[in-house]
Ligand binder design. Structure first.
Ligand code: MRU
Length: 338
């Protein structure tokens, strides 16, 4: 019998422990490491994924780079780890914000005495802050339910993707706990199946009734009036509200617009990129062809075929009904402050 409890990541007894999400839901395997390079690999391989979770993992990675470091190597070790972690994934702004927040603390250290402990404290602070923000996003999100609703979501935004109970997922979960959500349709989320593998896992563990469907089936659901609203997460939100999220999100926003279904984004304010005016400036990660031309490790299309595989798309802000943060629900037109 599987235990109901699970977590995406934690730091305990000097080790970073994470759930290997690539194996879910068939295997629930936790990996422990004291090596920041292994943390970087976990982010690259999507063993740890989801914008807030990536930021938290990277912050813990920086702390690990100082564990057992000789005093004369502290600075070198910190900046080598900083550069390594920064290269892991380009789109989720939480990664860069967390790394830079920790770097500020490092640069303000008077001496390297207890540098590991001080940097670890900052990483824990970033983690705790996300837990609090997830809780508030869930509470603020209650206002989007005008009646008991059937919700559609895309990708994975729950405990697995954050330090707390999730963003869009926590809006759904809090709605369910308040008798405002009766059913969830989870997009499978091609090609890495964050919906059918991870969101379905979280919905099951949370006891929320659900079905999953391939991304292209969402249109039928809306045509048949089965969806009351869509809630998704975000990897980076520009100052004008344009939002980068898992590829397929933009399709949903267009569908919602056509079918007159409210389309909400839920994210902590740490996902708002204060240096990015519009979605045009957001760097989109492109993934390798093996994620499209293989299925379960088996080649399904010739290696010679080219592929096009952006990991994220950008939804223009005018298609977003509201952006739910830990502070409030923001309504179009968005004008986040620099
Ligand atoms: O490539 P992934 O799995 O890291 O992409 C994750 C998403 O797109 C999520 O929707 C987003 O990070 C929000 S997580 C709360």
């Amino acid at each position: 019998m599987k235990s109901k409890e699970y977590f995406s990541l934690k730091f305990e007894d000097g080790k970073f422990i994470f759930l290997e999400q690539t194996k879910l839901p068939l295997e629930e395997n936790y990996i422990e490491t004291e090596d920041y390079n292994r943390v970087a690999e976990a982010i690259e391989r999507l063993e740890v994924r989801g914008a807030p979770a990536i930021g938290i993992a990277a912050a813990y990675g920086l702390a690990l780079s100082l564990k057992n470091s000789p005093k004369d190597k502290v600075k070198e070790n910190f900046f080598t780890a900083y550069q390594r972690l920064k290269q892991t994934r380009p789109t989720a702004v939480n990664l860069f914000t967390a790394l830079d927040d920790v770097k500020k603390v490092f640069e303000a250290l008077g001496s390297y005495e207890n540098a590991y402990e001080k940097i670890l404290n900052k990483a824990v602070e970033i983690h705790n802050d996300d837990i609090t923000k997830c809780g508030k996003i869930g509470e603020n999100g209650l206002a989007v339910f005008k009646k008991k609703s059937t919700v559609l979501t895309h990708c994975n935004t729950g405990k697995l993707a954050t330090g707390g109970d999730g963003t869009a997922f926590n809006v759904i979960k809090t709605g369910f706990e308040n008798n405002l959500v009766d059913f969830v349709y989870a997009d499978e989320t091609r090609p890495l199946l964050q919906g059918s593998r991870l969101t379905a896992f979280e919905l099951e563990r949370t006891g929320i009734p659900f079905a999953f469907q391939t991304d292209s089936m969402a249109a039928v659901l809306m045509q048949q009036n089965k969806i009351d609203l869509v809630v998704v997460g975000a990897d980076r939100i520009a100052l004008n509200g344009d939002t980068a999220n898992k590829v397929g999100t933009y399709n949903l926003a267009v569908l919602c617009n056509f079918h007159n279904v409210p389309f909400y984004v839920a994210a902590p304010t740490t996902t708002i990129d204060r240096n990015t005016p519009t979605g045009n400036e957001i760097v989109i990660e492109h993934r390798g062809k093996h994620e499209l031309n293989t299925f379960n490790g088996v080649l399904v299309a010739p290696e010679s075929y080219e592929t096009f595989s952006p990991a994220f798309d950008v939804t223009p802000s005018h298609l977003i009904t509201g952006i739910i943060t830990e502070e409030q629900i923001n309504i179009f037109p968005y004008n986040f402050i620099r």
